[in-house]
Each structure stands twice: as structure tokens, then as C-alpha cells.
Design a protein around this ligand. Structure first.
Ligand SMILES: Cc1ncc(COP(=O)(O)O)c(C=O)c1O
Length: 375
């Protein structure tokens, strides 16, 4: 037993360490030259030039604390979504907001419900708050909303729904969500995590279907909190800025739990500018739609199963040791995510890259899979 084991709370002892993606520079230091990072669903084209300019412009003010109310950015977000500013909370990434939601609503004895094989932070945030996460089995690689509703008990306070889901890329449609919400008792808050909103909405238009009515739920004052982020389509993962939309009173409680000044001067300026750069977002969405199809077809034609994605990543079932495949790919200079920690030891998640990156990935993938006795 270590020196501080007895000092920390019991629920902190049970927390895993988590395995965020390896930063590119460290992977390169570890031996892979000119690594391509396709492991964390980032925007491969970088941040918007407008966001870079905005960050440079405020860099000189970095000696001052930021606006703790994040007033300008919240106003812009509220106007864009036709919501009151009190319904908007901006945080240092949506990961941070997940922690705040869990700490506000959970404590030992209370629980949250989600699906297996979903965003790993739901489990970390729940446990760190002393709560228990009930993970319901999936149906067809997607959320089984009926089973989730069945799992609710009097101690449940949160349901986490990743829509689209990371890592499987599936969505739950609006009719299914409407029905689901009628089954949710008043003591439960539904967190609709729409980190990949822009990609899913783009696909939905192209596929001629409706994707989400999440904002309507917020406007109706339902027990729903919608999460969005600037980390994906907007290309600002390293800056750490995301937001939640929900009932004003509840958002007020979350605001109390936020770390003071946690959304930096740079983050506020970058996000504000990125919102205005529709062209930059469009580039990411168009590339993603075209290149995800190309990548899926190529992987599928090699005999592997690829789920239809609604995000900027592919969930691939390879039938062999995904950890070994990921290591072999890294030697070839490509970092992807093996999904053993999600209970899918033979599956990988690959972020859709630029056309050039995808070609490099495919070349490496063919080489690795030809040489790996996986099936
Ligand atoms: C489903 C989901 N929610 C939230 C996030 C976190 O985003 P942020 O960078 O805003 O913390 C991710 C990031 O991968 C995600 O996949």
C-alpha cells in the first residue's frame, strides 16, 4: 500500500488512470517518425485562421484574468441557438462540464446510467463524484434506450447519451429520443452529448433524415442538458472550450461548481472567432463525408466490418488483437485507437484525416494486416 492510499477518498482509489491519446510529439519521440494522429477525432486541417488571429490579438492581454462570465461568447452561442443567455454555460471543454454535472448531481449512493462502449469520461466523471455508472449493453453497436430507461431507479440522477456515440459512430434518432424522454422521471437529467453535432447534421442532410431535436427539448425546459464542443469540427481541441445548453436554474448550479477563470482569454477569443468561420467548418464537414466513405470502402473491401459513421471517425471490427495492430501501425507512423479499454479488444477507431493522411493510413493498414495473423 502506498503512502497516500489511506488519505484519498474511497471512490478516488477506484478510479482508473485513463488513457488519453498520445500527443504526436511524444509518439515521435517514442520511435515513430512523422506520425499522423488519427486517434482522438481532432480536425486534421487545424484551427480556423480566424481563431489563430483572434488568439494572437489577445495574447498581449494574457497578464489579465479572463472574463469569468464568458459573456461575449455565451451571448453569441445563445443568439445562435435562440436561447436565453442563462441557459448557456461555457467550460474548458465538454469533458470539464461532464465532471461538473457529475459532481453537482451525484454522490455516494447515487448513480448515472449510460451504455457500454461509450465515451470513457462518463465513467471517470461518475466515479470521481462518488457515484456508480450503470452501463447497459448495446443493441447493434448503438444505445439501447429502452434498456437504459429500464435501468433507472430512485437513485439515478443522470443519463449520458453520446449522440453520435464515440467510439461506435452510431446515432439515436429524434423519434426514438422523443419516446425515451417520455419515460424519464423528474429526478433524472438527460445529458445529450452532441460533441460531433456538425458532422452528424451534415450526414443527416446528405442522407435525407432528421438527426436531432435536442435544442427543442432545451427550449421546452425539459430535464435535458445538451453538450457541444469546439474541439471537433471547429479544430480547437488543444484550446479547451465547450458548452452546455439547459434549464437556466440547473445551469446556474453547474456554474457554481465551475473552476473560477477556467475558460482562458485565448479560448474565449478563439471560440468566438471560430463560430464566425463557416468556411473552415464546411471544409472539415465536406472532407469528412467524402473521405469517410473512401476509407470505409477501402477497409470493407479488405474484408473487415466498418460501421456507418455519423462522426469524424470509423469503428472497425478487425477480428484480431487490436492492441498489436495499433502498435504495428504506430511503427508505420500512424496513431489510431485500439478499443480494448472499451471492451472491444478486436476493434479500432480511426479518425478521418485529410486525403493524404488517409492514403498513408491505408498503405500502412494494408501492410500491417497482410503481415498480421488476425483471422
Ligand atoms: C462523445 C464525446 N463527448 C465529449 C468529448 C470531449 O470533448 P472536449 O474536447 O470538449 O472535452 C469527446 C471527445 O472525444 C467525445 O467523443
Amino acid at each position: 500500500m502506498s503512502r497516500f492510499y489511506d488519505l484519498v477518498t474511497e471512490h478516488v482509489r477506484t478510479l482508473g488512470r485513463g488513457t488519453p491519446g498520445k500527443p504526436k510529439r511524444y509518439a515521435e519521440r517514442d520511435g515513430a517518425l512523422n506520425c499522423i494522429r488519427m486517434a482522438s477525432n481532432e480536425n486534421p486541417f487545424g484551427p480556423s485562421p480566424l481563431a489563430i488571429e483572434a488568439m494572437q490579438a489577445v495574447a498581449e492581454e494574457s497578464n489579465f484574468y479572463p472574463d469569468n462570465n464568458v459573456a461575449e461568447l455565451r451571448r453569441k452561442i445563445a443568439e445562435r441557438h435562440l436561447l436565453a443567455i442563462e441557459s448557456v454555460l461555457v467550460t474548458a471543454g465538454s469533458t470539464s462540464l461532464l465532471g461538473i454535472i457529475a459532481r453537482t448531481l451525484l454522490s455516494p449512493g447515487r448513480n448515472a446510467v449510460s451504455s457500454e462502449r461509450s465515451f470513457i469520461v462518463y465513467s471517470i466523471a461518475t466515479k470521481a463524484a462518488g457515484g456508480r455508472l450503470i452501463e447497459v449493453p448495446m443493441r447493434h453497436d448503438g444505445f439501447d434506450l429502452d434498456a437504459i430507461a429500464d435501468a433507472i431507479d430512485q437513485n439515478t440522477r443522470i443519463i449520458f447519451v453520446a449522440n453520435p456515440n464515440n467510439p461506435t459512430g452510431t446515432i439515436v434518432g429524434p423519434d426514438a429520443l422523443d419516446r425515451f424522454l417520455t419515460r424519464i422521471p423528474d429526478h433524472v437529467i438527460v445529458v445529450l452529448d452532441e460533441a460531433y453535432y456538425d458532422f452528424a447534421q451534415y450526414f443527416a442532410v446528405a442522407r435525407g433524415v432528421e438527426y436531432s431535436r435536442a435544442l427543442e427539448y432545451v427550449r421546452q425546459g425539459r430535464n435535458v442538458v445538451v453538450l457541444r464542443t469546439f474541439s471537433k469540427a471547429h479544430g480547437l481541441a488543444g484550446v479547451r472550450v465547450g458548452y452546455g445548453l439547459g434549464p437556466a436554474e440547473l445551469m446556474g448550479y453547474f456554474r457554481r461548481m465551475r473552476t473560477t477563470f477556467s475558460v482562458s482569454v485565448m479560448a474565449q477569443a478563439a471560440a468566438s472567432a471560430a463560430l464566425e468561420d463557416a468556411g473552415h467548418i464546411q471544409q472539415a464537414l465536406e472532407n469528412n463525408a467524402e473521405q469517410s466513405a473512401l476509407l470505409s470502402n477501402a477497409i470493407f473491401s479488405m474484408g473487415y466490418h466498418v460501421s456507418t459513421t455519423w462522426g469524424n471517425f470509423l469503428y472497425c471490427e478487425l477480428g484480431g488483437d487490436a492492441g498489436a495492430i495499433a502498435s504495428a501501425l504506430q511503427v508505420e507512423g500512424v496513431i489510431i485507437r485500439p478499443l480494448g479499454a472499451w471492451g472491444a479488444p478486436t476493434a479500432i477507431r480511426v479518425t478521418v484525416g485529410t486525403p493524404d493522411q488517409n492514403q498513408i493510413f491505408l498503405k500502412a493498414f494494408k501492410k500491417v494486416m497482410d503481415g498480421t495473423p488476425v483471422r
